[in-house]
Design a protein around this ligand. Structure first.
Ligand SMILES: [Zn+2]
Ligand SMILES: [Zn+2]
Length: 415
């Protein structure tokens, strides 16, 4: 039987990896500039963290978690998202008091048992930020601006922000009542998911992607008309801050996102090039998550984005960045190969990317150097060894020069 990677997972192969590096590098640089610090948390956590943090009634917790019992009988879960772990870490290590600021970021694989489809995997990779302990609407705008900045820097065009406010515990019940009243008897005509959500989380009905459900909701008034004054003020302030930064946004009153913990601001950064699943990045405010995980009242805001989709988009746009070989060495004869092995070692220590050929015939070796896109080839045969020189050939121009072995390192570094 041929072994393959498990369904919904994939290997990231060398021809794609430079895009991943690029995304990670750009993100890290910008997180640093915006004064966010990295936290690395375990890939598995106690199951309770997610049932309490994300919510029992969410799709993630109900259907999508990789939960298992370890040999000690503990229920563990492969993390389906990053925020709950950051909050757990924040509380466990008392970061509110030990850090000068509480702006964090994370990156790494996440796991959800979903139906695999284009751009959606069971092991996927997310990069995210969390700004904890802030009620300030400027923080909402700051993380949105940071998200935009990352995709801008990566060179992704056609970006915009979709934004909404889902209210707070004061006005949420009013919003939910409004949705229930509006739907009335027609709830029986909505999809199974929506019927289940009707009592537990009517807000999530707004999020349903099914055409029939959307049609039934089409005449409903904007939920923002049911917001309390504080939520209205907060939302207005966030929009104002986005405005002064020149960030373009669209208000979508149906944007509630799939996690239970959001309050007030929810947003997505979308690319109009991605089709149906056009969200590149999603986030929002979660003012009660820290409390639900045992901390004191700690409002917070953050976002996460998927690396797979970002790579997919970048692939269409940019040439894979090639970090080509500087020198490919062609030794002729075993003693010369041994000498080249030493030269290669010295060059690498001097910071040069190089590779040593076998003692095959010259033609085959040149072919190999060509395939590896080597910039230079060093030919080193018996005659060259006797004269203590190497022949350096520029693969682009075809120009050949004799270089004394003692000056090889300096010459190559100067190229
Ligand atoms: Zn409110
Ligand atoms: Zn539905």
């Amino acid at each position: 039987m041929k072994l393959t990677s498990p369904r919904g997972t994939k290997d990231i192969l060398p021809d794609e990896i430079s895009l991943w590096h690029e995304i990670e590098q750009v993100s890290r640089d910008l997180f640093d500039r915006y004064n966010f610090d990295e936290i690395r948390t375990p890939i598995f956590e106690s199951t309770e963290l997610f049932t309490r943090g994300i919510g029992d009634n969410t799709d993630i917790v109900e259907k999508e978690m990789y939960t298992f019992e370890d040999k000690g009988g503990r229920s563990l879960t492969l993390r389906p998202e990053g925020t709950a772990s950051i909050v757990r870490s924040y509380l466990e290590h008392n970061l509110e008091h030990t850090q000068t600021h509480t702006k964090f970021y994370y990156s790494g694989p996440m796991f959800r048992y979903e139906r695999p489809q284009a751009g959606r995997f069971r092991q996927f990779h997310q990069i995210g930020v969390e700004h904890l302990n802030t009620t300030d609407p400027i923080s909402d705008a700051e993380v949105i601006a940071l998200g935009i900045h990352i995709f801008d820097e990566l060179g992704l065009p056609d970006l915009s922000v979709t934004i909404n406010s889902v209210g707070c515990p004061t006005c949420r019940p009013v919003i939910e009542e409004r949705i229930k009243q509006f739907l009335g008897d027609s709830i029986t005509k909505l999809c199974g998911d929506c019927q289940r959500r009707y009592n537990e989380q009517p807000l999530r009905i707004l999020d349903c992607k099914k055409e029939t459900c959307r049609n039934y909701l089409s005449g409903m008034k904007d939920i923002r008309s049911s917001h309390c004054q504080e939520c209205r003020d907060h939302f207005e302030a966030v929009l104002e801050y986005l405005d002064v930064l020149g960030v373009e946004f669209n208000i979508d009153p149906k944007l509630v996102r799939g996690l239970d913990y959001y309050t007030r601001t929810t947003f997505e950064i979308v690319s109009n090039k991605l089709g149906a699943q056009n969200a590149l990045c999603g986030g929002g405010r979660y003012d009660y998550l820290v409390e639900s995980l045992g901390g004191k009242h700690t409002p917070a805001v953050g976002f996460a984005f998927g690396e797979e989709r970002t790579v997919m988009l970048l692939k269409d746009l940019v040439e894979t960045y090639e970090n080509a070989l500087k020198v490919y060495m062609i030794p002729l004869g075993q003693p010369q190969r041994c000498k080249c092995f030493v030269l290669e070692n010295n060059l690498r220590r001097a910071g040069v990317k190089c590779e040593l050929g076998t003692t095959d015939n010259l033609k085959a070796q040149f072919k190999k150097a060509d395939r590896m896109k080597a910039q230079y080839v060093l030919i080193f045969g018996e005659e060259e060894a006797e004269r203590n020189i190497g022949i350096l050939k520029n693969m682009k121009t075809g120009e050949q020069t004799e270089v004394p072995i003692t000056k090889l390192e300096k010459t190559i570094k100067g190229l």
